[in-house]
Design a protein around this ligand. Structure first.
Ligand code: NHV
Length: 859
C-alpha cells in the first residue's frame, strides 16, 4: 500500500512538472530519480536472521506484520512489545546502477526521514550519521556508486541505550510525565514525543526508515528550493518574491523561465538570463500579480491554487525545473491591546475569522500507516464537522505533505506547533544545532502551503515551568537552566529562523501564550488551554462564564463505543478497573473524573455497556455547551479548538472520533454547533436568548426562527415564529423570550424548548433543543421507539419514530467506521427521522443488526 502510494506521488509530481513547453525526452536524459523503497531486509543487530522490511515503516511494525510481535492493541500486549526499543536494528538492500546513470554529473541519495539514531553505509563508506527523525538528508554519492550492484546498509541504534549516558551525567530525570518509562529519554531524542507514550497513547518507541529513500542523478544544476514568498496580498494585487536556490555543479550562463498557471492555464511566463556560480546560487525575483484570485478559508469562497514554475535552460536544453502549488492570501495573528486586555485572533485576507476546530494528534502509533487514504479520511471528518482550523500539536510530528495539501484544497487553516511539548528540553549547543537543522528543514518544507497559518514554538512548556510545581522538585540551578534554555530555543532560535526562512507568518513562543487555566485573570489577554473543565472539576456550564480570548485546548474524556472496546477486550474484561481496560486508559484520573461528572448529571448506569454509552452522550452534550458558549462569545472570544479530534490506537481518550473512525457523540454535536450558520441559545436570568452564529461573509435575511415548547409526552404545547436576519461573520441575539411566558417552573422537568432556523424555502438550516436540566433531574418518559430498515448494498436507511421523547438515541451497528447521517439524537414526541448508515461493508442480504438505545431505557 505504502509502496504504491509513494510511486503514485512520484508519478504525479513528475507529470505536473512537465510544462507545456518542455519535451519529456530532454528532461529524462538530464536527470533521473530512482525510488529505493523496495527490497529491504532487516534484522536485530548481531543476528543473521533477516526478514523482509516494508519501507517506509518501522522495526516494530514489521515485527507485528511477520507475527514476531503480537498485536500491540489487543489485551495487555503493549507490555510485550517494549523490549524492541532497547535493541539495535540493521536494514540492508542492494540496488543496481547502470553505466549510463553513472554518466551523470552528480548522484544524490535522498533520505526523507530516518527514525532516529542512525548510521548509513554505502559500499564500504559511512555516508551519514543521523540523529533527528524530522530532518531529511541529501548525500552526494557520485564517487561511491558502482556500475552493477551497490550495497546500502542502515544501522538504527536504540534511542534509549544511545541517550542513557545523557541521563546518567545530568543526574536528574526530566519531568516528562507522558514518557511511560522510568528513565525519561524522550527529551534527548529529536523524535516524535508520542512514540514514548502519552496520556492517551500506547508506547512504541520505533526505529526505522519512516520516509522514502531515493537516488537522484542529474547534470549541471538542480533547483533545491523554490519559495513563493507572499509580501502582500490584496484584492487588487499580490506582491510576491520568488526565492530560488539553484545548486550548480559548474560555472555557466543560463536562462531562467518563471511564471504561473491557474487551473492549468498559463497566465504569466517571463525570462531572465542568469550567471550561475559553482555551488548554491540564491536568486530573488520580485513579481506582481494583478487581480489575484485569492485563496479563501472554507465557507468564505474558493481555494484558488496557482502553479508557480521555474525552469533553468541552456539554449533549448532543459537543465532543471521546479513547480510549487500555492494560494495567495494573508493570514495574521492579531495580538493587540484592547479594552479587555489583549486580543488573540486570526485575520484572513483582512477579515477576522472565528477559528473552529480541534487539536490533531498523529492518527497512528505506527506513523507510517498514515497513507494517502488516511489523510483524505481525517480531512473528510474535519470538513464534515464544519471546522475551519486544526492545530498540529507539539507532541506529534511535523505532518506529511499530504496533510497540508488536503488542508490547502479544503480551505482548512493549520496552526503548526514545533514538536516540543509539556516538558523542558536540553539547550546545549549540540542539541540546539540539531533543533536548528530540524527547524530549517521543516520551515522550508512547509512554507509554500497557504493553509499554514502560523508557527507556535511549543505546547505548554512555559505554562509547565511556571505552574506545574517543578520548582519544588528541582534545585534552583536546574530550574534556572530550563528557563534560560526556554528563552534560547523558543524566544530566540525558532523565531529568528521563522523570520529568516518564512518571513510572512506570525510566531508565538508557545501555547498558551501567557495564561494558565488555574489563573483566569490572564484569560483576557491570551489563548488558553482551559482545563478547568475536566482537571479542574468545573461543571460544563462554568465554561460560559470564563471565556478566554481564544480556547486552544479544552476537552473531556469518553470511552470509545463498545464495538471498539470489543476489538481489544474480551467480555470478562468489561469493567472500569479490569487489567485490559486499565492498559487502555492512560490518564491516571480519567475513570474517576468520568464517574464524578456522571454523578453530577446522570442517574447511575446499570452496566459497563450503559456506562460507556452515557459517557459518550455526556461528552457530546457537555462539549457542545462549551463550544457554543465560545462561539456566542465572539468577538471577545475568537477561537474554539477542542482537545482532541482523533486517537492513535483504540483507547479511552478526549477524542471525538475513535481509532476506527467511529464518530463519538461529540463529533456529531461539533458538526451541529460549528455549522457555518448555527442557532445558539443562552438561558440567563429567566430569559432565553436566541443567537445566530454566523461565519458567512454575507448577511442572511428572510430567515424564520420557530420556537416550540414541547412536553416530553404530549408534544407541542406552544409555538412562536419570528422573521430574523443573521448578521454576517458575527454572533447576534435575534430574539429573546421570557421563560415564564413559555413554561411553568414545575413543567420544566418534562419540557424542552425546540427551536429551528429555516430559510425562505422552509429548508431547516439549524436546530437547537434546550433542556432545563441534565437527565438526572428530568422526568424522561418510557417510550417504544419504532424502527424499520431499508437494506441496500453500502447503505441502510433506518426510519425511526416515537410517540414520546426518546432522548440521546444511539444507533449501533457492528461495522467499524460505518458513517451515520446523524446519531445520539433527541427523537421528539411524534417525530419521524430517517438515519442513513453508510459503509462499503454493508450488504443488503446480510441484514446486519442495528440496535437502538435511548437514555430513559437504561435506568
Ligand atoms: O491531558 C489531556 C491533554 C494532553 O493529552 C496534551 O498533552 O496538550 N492535555 C492536558 C493539558 N494539556 C494537554 C493540561 N495539562 C495539565 C492539566 C492539569 C495539570 C497539569 C497539566 C495536551
Amino acid at each position: 500500500m505504502l509502496h504504491f502510494f509513494y510511486k503514485r506521488i512520484t508519478m504525479r509530481k513528475t507529470l505536473t512538472m512537465l510544462l507545456p513547453l518542455l519535451s519529456l525526452l530532454a528532461y529524462a536524459q538530464q536527470s533521473e530519480t530512482i525510488p529505493l523503497n523496495d527490497g529491504w531486509q532487516f534484522t536485530q543487530m548481531n543476528s543473521d536472521q533477516w526478514y523482509e522490511a516494508e519501507v517506509p515503516g518501522s522495526v516494530q511494525r514489521d515485527l507485528v506484520r511477520h507475527g514476531l510481535l503480537p498485536d500491540p492493541y489487543y489485551g495487555t500486549n503493549e507490555e510485550q512489545v517494549q523490549w524492541v526499543e532497547d535493541e539495535n536494528w540493521d536494514f540492508k538492500k542492494t540496488f543496481s546502477v547502470s553505466a549510463a546513470q553513472l554518466q551523470h554529473d552528480e548522484a544524490l541519495l535522498l533520505f526523507e526521514g530516518l527514525d532516529t539514531q542512525a548510521e548509513v553505509f554505502l559500499n564500504g563508506s559511512r555516508i551519514l550519521r543521523s540523529q533527528n527523525m524530522f530532518v531529511g538528508h541529501e548525500v552526494s554519492v557520485k564517487n561511491l556508486l558502482k556500475e552493477g550492484e551497490n550495497k546500502l546498509h542502515i544501522r538504527f541504534y536504540s534511542p534509549i541505550v544511545t541517550m542513557m549516558p545523557a541521563r546518567t551525567t545530568f543526574g536528574y530525570d526530566y519531568p516528562a510525565g507522558n514518557d511511560h518509562r522510568e528513565e525519561k529519554l524522550s527529551i534527548y531524542n529529536r523524535k516524535a514525543p508520542y512514540h514514548f507514550g502519552w496520556d492517551w497513547g500506547i508506547r512504541i518507541v520505533q526505529m526505522g526508515i519512516w520516509k522514502p529513500i531515493s537516488l537522484h542523478f542529474y547534470n549541471d544544476a538542480r533547483i533545491e528550493e523554490y519559495y513563493v514568498k507572499q509580501l502582500s496580498v490584496t484584492k487588487e494585487k499580490a506582491e510576491v518574491e520568488y526565492q530560488i536556490a539553484i545548486h550548480s555543479l559548474g560555472v555557466s550562463d543560463a536562462t531562467l523561465t518563471y511564471g504561473y498557471l491557474l487551473n492549468g492555464k498559463m497566465l504569466k511566463s517571463e525570462q531572465k538570463e542568469v550567471h550561475l556560480a559553482e555551488g548554491v546560487n540564491n536568486l530573488s525575483i520580485p513579481a506582481t500579480i494583478t487581480d489575484p484570485q485569492r485563496w479563501m478559508p472554507v465557507n468564505w469562497g474558493e481555494q484558488h491554487l496557482y502553479d508557480f514554475f521555474v525552469t533553468v535552460k541552456r539554449g533549448d536544453r532543459l537543465i532543471t525545473e521546479k513547480q510549487v502549488r500555492t494560494g495567495l492570501r494573508t493570514v495574521r495573528l492579531v495580538q493587540e491591546p484592547d479594552e479587555h486586555g489583549r486580543s488573540f485572533y486570526f485575520e484572513v485576507n483582512g477579515i477576522p475569522l472565528f477559528a473552529k476546530g480541534a487539536n490533531y494528534i498523529p492518527g497512528e502509533i505506527f506513523t507510517t500507516q498514515q497513507d494517502e487514504a488516511y489523510y483524505e479520511k481525517i480531512f473528510d471528518q474535519i470538513t464534515d464537522a464544519n471546522m475551519n482550523f486544526v492545530r498540529v500539536w507539539g507532541g506529534g510530528i511535523y505532518e506529511d505533505e499530504e496533510f497540508y495539501r488536503q488542508a490547502d484544497e479544503r480551505g482548512i487553516l493549520v496552526w503548526q506547533d514545533f514538536i516540543f511539548g509539556c516538558v523542558p528540553y536540553p539547550s546545549d549547543d549540540a542539541f540546539l544545532a540539531n533543533v536548528r537543522e530540524e527547524a530549517l528543514y521543516n520551515i522550508k518544507r512547509l512554507r509554500n502551503h497557504p493553509s499554514l497559518a502560523f508557527w507556535c514554538g511549543n505546547n505548554e512548556i512555559d505554562e509547565a515551568l511556571n505552574h506545574w510545581g517543578w520548582d519544588k522538585q528541582f534545585p534552583d540551578e536546574v530550574m534556572e537552566s530550563w528557563f534560560e534554555g526556554y528563552d534560547k530555543t523558543f524566544r530566540e532560535l525558532l523565531p529568528s529562523l521563522v523570520e529568516e526562512l518564512d518571513g510572512t507568518r506570525s510566531y508565538i513562543h508557545g501555547s498558551p501564550y501567557d495564561a494558565n487555566w488555574g489563573n483566569p485573570e490572564k484569560f483576557a489577554s491570551s489563548d488558553v488551554h482551559d482545563w478547568g473543565l475536566w482537571y479542574g472539576h468545573l461543571p460544563f456550564e462554568a465554561m460560559a462564564d470564563r471565556l478566554p480570548r481564544f480556547a486552544s485546548e479544552f476537552g473531556f474524556q469518553s470511552f470509545p463505543e463498545m464495538k471498539t472496546i470489543r476489538s481489544f477486550a474480551p467480555e470478562e474484561q468489561w469493567a472500569l478497573e479490569s487489567e485490559v481496560m486499565q492498559v487502555h486508559q492512560k490518564a491516571s484520573t480519567g475513570n474517576s473524573l468520568i464517574k464524578k461528572y456522571m454523578d453530577m448529571y446522570y442517574p447511575e448506569p446499570k452496566s459497563f455497556e450503559d456506562f460507556v454509552y452515557v459517557g459518550l452522550v455526556m461528552q457530546g452534550n457537555g462539549m457542545e455547551e462549551s463550544v457554543e458558549a465560545m462561539r456566542r462569545g465572539r468577538p471577545y472570544c475568537m477561537g474554539a479548538l477542542y482537545w482532541q479530534i482523533n486517537d492513535d490506537w483504540p483507547v479511552v481518550s478526549w477524542s471525538s472520533i475513535d481509532y476506527y473512525g467511529n464518530w463519538k457523540a461529540q463529533h456529531y454535536r461539533m458538526r451541529d454547533v460549528l455549522s457555518p450558520l448555527a442557532l445558539g441559545v443562552d438561558e440567563k436570568e429567566g430569559v432565553l436568548h436566541y443567537y445566530t452564529l454566523s461565519d458567512l461573509l454575507t448577511d442572511r435575511d428572510e430567515l424564520t426562527l420557530t420556537v416550540q415548547v414541547i412536553d416530553f409526552s404530549k408534544g407541542i404545547q406552544k409555538e412562536f415564529r419570528e422573521k430574523v436576519n443573521a448578521t454576517a461573520n458575527a454572533s447576534t441575539i435575534v430574539k429573546s423570550y421570557t421563560l415564564t411566558d413559555l413554561v411553568k417552573e414545575k413543567e420544566k422537568k418534562h419540557t424542552l424548548i425546540h427551536a429551528f432556523l429555516s430559510d425562505s424555502d422552509g429548508e431547516v438550516i439549524s436546530r437547537k433543543d434546550h433542556f432545563f436540566y441534565w437527565p438526572n433531574r428530568l422526568e424522561l418518559p418510557e417510550t417504544m421507539v419504532k424502527s424499520s430498515i431499508q437494506y441496500a448494498d453500502g447503505e441502510y436507511r433506518v426510519l425511526l419514530s416515537s410517540k414520546k421523547l426518546a432522548k440521546d438515541l444511539f444507533l449501533e451497528i457492528p461495522i467499524q467506521g460505518a458513517r451515520f447521517s446523524d446519531n445520539f439524537i433527541d427523537l421528539l414526541p411524534g417525530e419521524q427521522r430517517t438515519i442513513i448508515i453508510r459503509s462499503p461493508e454493508l450488504r443488503a442480504v446480510d441484514k446486519t443488526p442495528v440496535t437502538v438505545k435511548h437514555m430513559q431505557e437504561i435506568f
